[in-house]
Write a protein that binds this ligand. Structure first.
Ligand SMILES: Nc1ncnc2c1ncn2[C@@H]1O[C@H](COP(=O)(O)OP(=O)(O)O)[C@@H](O)[C@H]1O
Ligand SMILES: Nc1ccn([C@@H]2O[C@H](COP(=O)(O)O)[C@@H](O)[C@H]2O)c(=O)n1
Length: 466
């Protein structure tokens, strides 16, 4: 959860690629759950999520989309005279827009509702990159446009006496209500709404669950079904690149970046081939530092003139326009040197890196996984230096670029700084994101399969401290 300014999210389990080789996102799997008030929608949703046990599942409640009340309506709500059980009481435009964005994998900030005050709280909830969205609410299956987005629709069928009893207990304990108020609201609005709108939406459900979360058999069948459906979403992205046949002609004809070269770079790269150097942490670290200095020096040159001019003339303003993100563990060791070169001395102390993307290859599948994604909304107007030591298949770089684009960064504002690259990796990036500028120091087919020669330097390292 975060403020609307800070679009941040900490992720502790990696997210596998969610897009295909054309860069198109696989639509997010959505489950719509409806039923009367206090039927157990939230409880069933939580149970399904718990049983699924997959990362990046988001529970979205329809309550978030209650309309903001006028002062008169608010007064009516306090007297239990406002109808919260009519489809008109929801901001359906915002709901559909939000669900459509989530389906496409676009980051959204949604309101958080407070039942005690009948209003939205100041903070919003940031949702980005869910593998599954569970959407629950009294009208979750009511609107056709919402139903179209759902892959699975469930109706929780709980006896009305039980629902009233649960609602009474809950609203008094959690929503600041009293017995008279709950009964008044129930008879005037909740019961008729169930008959008029909610009960009729049962016909759209794929599965009707009598007794809600108590119904362990139904939940087991549903979870098994969802798991099977999700197998289709399991994309072996890196594997596709490894198996992709790209002939030399394609590589020659594509406008791949030319490696930056000079004597220092050539010497350092040839040292990497030396067997004695390969296992010498200090030597590798020195080479990493030297090459990082070289590529960072070029970084400024690819910024648009007006931003580059700010580096000297208005460093504070320059700082607002750029951002540096080191996307792997090895790249994090390059950060001090990148900063030294790309942040003007005058504002070094003011540079606080808020932006953070961490991608690591999963050990068994070797597929990249997104572990951390903390980005401010201001990133959309910035020029972003993405940094990684090596581009082999390009799958890590592609994931990082996807994350930035899904946070509204302009493709042409992304500058990728790498030290070593394989032609295939560069080809894949340029094919998917032709406007991204990639700077690299050496291009070689061997880097496609070789393990990262700099990995040895990525353990805690005093030499790299500023
Ligand atoms: N199977 C159940 N047995 C007992 N209490 C339940 C059960 N399901 C839900 N509840 C309780 O009933 C109340 C409403 O449940 P909830 O899942 O929030 O319903 P909804 O989301 O449909 O309003 C909560 O206090 C919850 O703990
Ligand atoms: N300010 C509000 C807003 C809504 N309600 C009631 O909440 C019910 C929907 O939530 P459930 O968790 O029960 O599905 C709905 O029946 C509204 O009457 C409210 O009391 N106050």
């Amino acid at each position: 959860m975060s403020s609307s300014k800070s679009l941040s999210k900490e992720i502790y389990t990696g997210r596998a690629p969610w897009y295909n080789l054309q860069g198109e996102n696989i639509p997010v799997y959505m489950i719509g759950i409806t039923g009367g008030s206090a039927s157990g929608k939230t409880t069933v949703s939580e149970r399904i999520i718990q049983e699924l046990d997959v990362p990046w599942v988001v529970l979205l409640s329809m309550d978030s989309f209650y309309k903001v009340l006028t002062p008169e309506q608010h007064e009516m709500a306090i007297q239990n005279n406002y109808n919260f059980d009519h489809p008109e009481s929801f901001d359906i435009g915002l709901l559909i827009e939000t669900l459509k964005k989530l389906k496409k994998g676009i980051a959204v900030d949604i309101p958080i509702y407070d039942f005690k005050t009948h209003s939205r709280i100041k903070e919003t909830r940031h949702i980005y990159g869910a593998n599954i969205i569970v959407f629950e609410g009294i009208f979750a299956l009511y609107y056709e446009e919402v139903r179209k987005l759902m892959d699975l629709m469930l109706f929780i069928d709980t006896d009305s006496d039980i629902r009233l009893a649960r609602r009474m207990r809950r609203d008094i304990a959690e929503r600041g209500r009293d017995i008279d108020g709950v009964l008044k609201q129930y008879t005037k609005f909740v019961k008729p709404a169930f008959e008029d709108f909610i009960q009729p939406s049962k016909k759209y459900a794929d599965v009707i669950i009598p007794r809600g979360a108590e119904n362990i058999v139904a939940l087991e069948i549903i979870v098994t079904h969802i798991k099977k459906e999700l197998e289709v979403h399991d994309i072996k992205f890196r594997n596709h690149i490894v198996n992709a046949e790209i002939d030399n002609e394609q590589l020659v004809n594509s406008d791949l970046p030319k490696p930056i070269t000079n004597e220092i770079i050539e010497k350092s790269i040839s040292q990497l081939e030396d067997e004695k150097v390969k296992n010498d942490k200090e030597a590798i670290t020195n080479i990493l530092n030297t090459l990082t200095e070289q590529v960072s020096e070029q970084g400024l040159n690819v910024l648009p003139n007006e931003i580059r001019d700010l580096y000297k003339n208005d460093p504070k303003q320059y700082l607002k326009n750029i951002c540096i993100i080191c996307i792997s563990n090895v790249a994090r060791n390059m950060e001090p040197i990148i900063k030294k070169k790309l942040i003007p001395d005058a504002v070094k102390a003011e540079y606080i890196p808020h932006e953070n993307i961490l991608i690591q290859n999963e050990k068994i599948s070797n597929e990249p996984q997104l572990f951390t994604c903390e980005l401010l909304s201001s990133i959309k107007d910035q020029h972003v230096f993405l940094v990684d030591a090596i581009i082999s298949t390009g799958s890590v770089a592609i994931m990082a670029i996807k994350v930035l684009l899904e946070h509204n960064v302009k493709e042409e504002n992304i500058i990728f700084l790498s030290l070593l690259s394989s032609p295939k990796g560069l080809y894949m990036i340029s094919k998917m994101f032709p406007k991204v500028k990639v700077l690299t120091l050496s291009i070689n087919h061997n880097y496609e399969n070789s393990s990262n020669p700099f990995r040895i330097a990525s353990c805690k390292n005093k030499l790299l401290q500023e």
